[in-house]
Design a binder for this molecule. Structure first.
Ligand code: KIV
Ligand code: ZN
Length: 518
């Protein structure tokens, strides 16, 4: 295969999110929801939308009518068994569609013939011939699917395909209905059938793989190598059991590895993530974080080595741009595995240009914070930067608060600016009053608060309390903040933040009485 040329030969994308996808447990959609999803699929640029199975439900008939009225660019397909009644219902449902396709299917494998349908090979051939002809009598676009094709005797499958083509089928689909095949097998099957069956070169061959062994995408790509030019699948890979082939993965595999496949699609890949998220919301089924292309971690990097590489050249650990599939950007997740380079880069982006020794200190505090929480976000870094300035004054080592009747006791242990341990206790009209009394005794600083507020930052298990204090002292206003999982500790940190500022201010510009006392 040529590995350099870029070609415009296209693979058709047949989306069955609204039919096979919708058949997966917990994913059913109302007609209105299907219409919303069909709009998203049309914007994404899929070539064919399979809207449902009209003979199976009134809801699918309504959905088809709604979609046909509005969606005019992609071909609209509906599924039918090889039954005259199904086909009649499907043809009626397709009325009004700008580009209608009838999709008829019949099982061909020995297991399905003997146990599900209880029919002979001859009856299969007769039924395919009869029902494909019936469809073609009304429509030019008829697809035939040999259900369980990959477990069908290949010589019999070839006969079925020959009959379907002779009866007028314009697309032949060879599904791996139970996700059983392997890439090598399916590549061989397509290539032999296409090269030997009369008329095969005049129709489009389609692949439809299920994901029971996690091979749906690999098998679909192998089928393309064997000559398939239509891929059936769904957004996020939803579908029966372990799902269908994930179309976003196919579109990106063909795009990123275009030099290998020499094939394109009509997909606007920047619409992939919005379409995936639309489906997740509609059916209430989120994709796993590490799902290729559309999972939250698909373009996120946490480990120090990877982040360092990414900062030097994004190609070191990314094979496509997140923007090309609709994400806003790469995510550098700061956490336990991150290194200094990534922390420094993020701080720079937040406007902090640090000297080497400052960065060293902040990085140590960052690592300590990572022991308490999984992810460190921008707000956490900003808090760390505030805390770094606290390091020059009194620092909280520990605190204990207890209630005694209506009163509270506080014991605080601090390290003073010279690194000596200071411990004091105080009583108050509640934990905060007692705490502030003990801090005052330990530092020798009296603060008369103008305001004291506590609010929550973040959500869920990572939520923390942020305390902010302001005081007026000798006509100067001082403000301080502290953040912790524990709001009393946050209050202590905020109090010390103000006290340290005040002490620094005093050192830099003592009042006459302070200068005399010094
Ligand atoms: O998996 C399958 O075989 C199918 C056919 C009905 C196309 O969904
Ligand atoms: Zn299927």
């Amino acid at each position: 295969m040529n590995t350099n040329a870029i070609t415009t030969d296209n693979v058709r994308i047949f989306d069955t999110t609204l039919r096979d996808g919708e058949q997966s447990p917990g994913c059913s959609m109302s007609p209105q929801q299907k219409l919303v999803m069909a709009r998203g699929l049309a914007e994404l640029g899929v070539d064919i939308i399979e809207t449902g199975f009209p003979a199976s439900s009134q809801s699918d008939r309504e959905a088809m009518a709604l979609i046909a009225r509005e969606i005019r660019t992609p071909t609209l397909a509906v599924l039918s068994r090889c039954l005259a009644g199904d086909i009649e219902t499907s043809l009626r449902a397709l009325e009004g569609a700008a580009k209608p396709r009838l999709h008829v299917f019949l099982s061909t494998s020995p297991l399905h013939r003997e146990h599900k349908l209880r029919i002979t090979k001859e009856q299969v051939l007769e039924s395919v011939d009869k029902h494909v002809r019936l469809g073609r009598a009304s429509l030019d676009d008829v697809e035939f699917s040999a259900e369980d094709a990959t477990r069908t005797e290949e010589d019999f499958l070839a006969e079925v395909v020959k009959v379907a083509i002779a009866a007028g089928a314009t697309t032949i689909n060879l599904p791996d209905t139970v996700g059983f095949t392997t890439p090598e097998e399916i590549r061989g099957m397509f290539s032999r059938i296409i090269s030997t069956v009369p008329g095969a070169k005049d129709v489009i061959f389609s692949t439809h793989c299920h994901n029971d062994l996690g091979l749906a995408v690999a098998n679909s790509l192998a089928a393309i190598e064997g000559g398939a030019r239509q891929v059936e699948g769904s957004i996020n890979g939803i579908g029966e059991r372990a799902g269908n082939c994930a179309l976003e993965e196919i579109a990106m595999a063909l795009k990123v590895r275009n030099a290998f496949y020499n094939l394109g699609t009509n997909i606007d890949t920047r619409r992939i993530v919005p379409t995936s998220q639309l489906l997740q919301r509609l059916v209430g089924m989120p994709v796993q974080r590490n799902k290729a292309i559309v999972g939250a971690n698909a373009f996120a990097h946490e480990s120090g080595i990877h982040q360092h590489g990414m900062l030097r050249h994004r190609g070191t650990y990314e094979i496509m741009l997140p923007q090309d599939v609709g994400w806003p950007d790469t995510q550098m997740v700061l956490g336990r595995h991150s290194g200094r380079a990534a922390v420094e880069a993020r701080l720079r982006a937040l406007g902090y240009l640090l000297e080497e020794d400052e960065l060293k200190l902040v990085f140590e505090q960052f690592k300590a914070l990572c022991e308490k929480q999984r992810v460190v976000n921008d707000a956490d870094l900003q808090t760390l930067m505030q805390d770094a300035s606290v390091s020059e004054g009194y620092r909280l080592s520990s605190m204990t608060i207890s209630d005694v009747g209506n009163r509270a006791n506080a014991l605080v242990e601090l390290s003073d600016p010279d690194g000596n341990r200071v411990a004091e206790t105080a009583q108050g009209n509640g934990p905060v009053d007692a705490l502030f009394g003990a801090l005052s005794a330990a530092t020798g600083v009296q603060l008369t608060l103008d305001s004291y507020q506590v609010h929550s930052v973040g959500i869920g298990t990572d939520a923390r309390g942020e305390a902010s204090l302001s005081v007026r002292h000798d006509g100067v206003e001082y403000e301080g903040t502290g953040t912790s999982k524990d709001i009393i500790e946050a209050s202590a940190l905020a109090w010390l933040d103000v006290a340290n500022r005040l002490l620094r201010h005093r050192q830099a510009a003592p009042t006459p009485s302070e200068a005399a006392a010094a």
